[in-house]
Design a protein around this ligand. Sequence first.
Ligand SMILES: [Zn+2]
Ligand SMILES: [Zn+2]
Length: 463
Amino acid sequence: MRKVNIYLKSIKGQDYEYSILYAIHDIFSNMIKNFEEKYPQYKLTNWYQVKLFAHILKNSIPHFQKMHSEYLNKQNPKNILIEKYKPQAYEIFKGTYKQNRKEKIAANILNDFLLKAIFATLKDSLSRNITNNLKALHPEFQSKNELCRKVMQDLRKERNFEKYIMYITEPQKSLESWVENYVSDYCMKRNSEGKSILGIEANDIFIYKVTQLIECVKKKQGNNEISFEVWLKKFNKAAEEIISLSDTLFNMFDMKEVEVKDMNYFRTEIIKSLETLKTSQETVLDNWNLKELNSVNKPPHTLICDSILGCMMQCPMCYVICSCTIEHPGKKHTAPRHYPQALSGMHNSKTKKLDLESCNELMLSDRSFGCPDSGMKYVKYKNYKSVNKYYASWSIAADNSLEPSLYWKWVLAQFSEQFVEHWSKHLLKHKDFGYKLKYTNIPLEWKSIKEEEVDESLRIMFQ
Ligand SMILES: [Zn+2]
Ligand SMILES: [Zn+2]
């Protein structure tokens, strides 16, 4: 192998060709011959030799690839021209450099750096602006109650059972995904010129930031005696309020090399360059899409949900969400009205039918429940706090008047069979159950609830 490598490295300036393979084969045959002469007690089988040769060739592939690309590079007319005209190009560069004043060159360097910094800040600002716009426009982005009401109303209109299950079992995911879809539709809405809200907003922020930077440069103007170094430090401080600088501007310049003497000229140049920036990125930003928006650490849907959802813990029995809008360590989770337990698959183990009562009603009864959390031991609803710490962290009002809301009665009436089927699948797979549910009779009056009554119930629920 070593000999083959030495041979391959010795080939210079030529493309890969078959003769190389033959040469490798010769080296290989000699190696086999030497080996068999040295160790006559061993005989290398044909099969082994073929495998070994294939292995050597496989290891030679990177050499062949390198050889081939180096050869192509050498033949590339562009590279040949660059190499050939390097001295002339250098002379042209020197000429341009001499023609341009050092102040102009420094202004260009600073301008390039600021452009990169604006782009680095832009997406975060865009996410924050879109969040603020949506919050100002729509009550559902201002409070947890309003968001839940809106999502539940949409679920009622859509009548999609899978979406209901997601809302019941993974409410946070369901709410976030609703907000994310809303944000996406909003951002990609186009005006009569075909420009998206996202593109327009990105351009507005960009222009605003450039304008602010221009103001900063202008403010520092007036005193020609201030040195470039001092000016740069002051400008750096002011620019940090507008854009996030990955590095201090000071580090970009080698102060021994930079000869910016005429500060007024320098500032005029930087203002000129920044003015041209205002329109230079318009097309790029017009074409921004959701990929850019969602690449930030906190896209609008996350910012909105973080600001309004608060505690999203769920009742361990019916899965209702805690209504607190902030995290509340040390304080009990609570919900004004619990769900009918059928939503979470709670059922009577004897009749195998879903329980239609709410947790609030059951707390007044003498009934017991058993589940994996209680080690399948039966516990009275009244004593639910004895199950474990999490059960004890919930404060559930025992109240007969808190029967399930019309909204959930309607949902159960619409999807009773799907609920039975959905939870049966879970119970069948679960080692503590292993059985299917039976069809659950839904009260007749639940079936005749009208959609207007459902919406009215929603309004009352989240007052
Ligand atoms: Zn509950
Ligand atoms: Zn809570």
